[in-house]
Ligand binder design. Sequence first.
Ligand SMILES: [Zn+2]
Length: 232
Amino acid sequence: MYTKNSTDLHFHNEADAQTEMDMKLQSADFMKIFELGLPPVDHEAIEHATTEILTAVGEDPQRDGLLNTPHRVAKMYEELPSGYRTDPAKLINNALFDVEYDDMVIVRDIEFSSLCEHHMLPFLGHAHVDYIPRGKVIGLSKIPRIVDMFAKRLQVQERMTRQIANFINEVLDPRGVAVVVDGKHMCGMMRGVEKHDPSMTTSAMIGAFRENTSTRHEFMSHLGRVPGNFGV
Ligand SMILES: [Zn+2]
């Protein structure tokens, strides 16, 4: 398995390749596909809306404990959907390496927290990412940041899983990429809806992981899973 100490690493010295990648990552098409480059959060509008909600549920927005709540909520919403405003070129910056290595690179148990777009309540858990390089790898610390870029938004877990896989596929052009996400959804836990299991596993498989059963099974066994329970 690939580790940070691998001696196969070479810095990607070709400035041209770097520029080309930056241009791709910052192109209008790329930004649109991955829902990036959204305008800044309107702090004032959120403060106003929060006051409205407080009033609508029968609260007194002027009482001591709530006085600063609209302000706090607005600040929070600058942070929670920050994934829409991540600069992918900055994120990837100088972290692509040419390698001979062509075995699986697995990063497990990446913590994430997101907001379900149906209720604007959190869902959180762990993502597991695996890819098989085709001459190029990405610095290991970047994988959790890619997960974060797609988690810090209004999401559905299926789409988040797919976007992480597609993004890695676009940037690395690997032989295959697999993403498995385990999430717990607060909207299922807090609202006492018995028909909604708050735990959910989703997966996205591209290239070798989609085409080759034994590759897929190898990944699943690394995760300690029985293959076949992932709708793949
Ligand atoms: Zn929900």
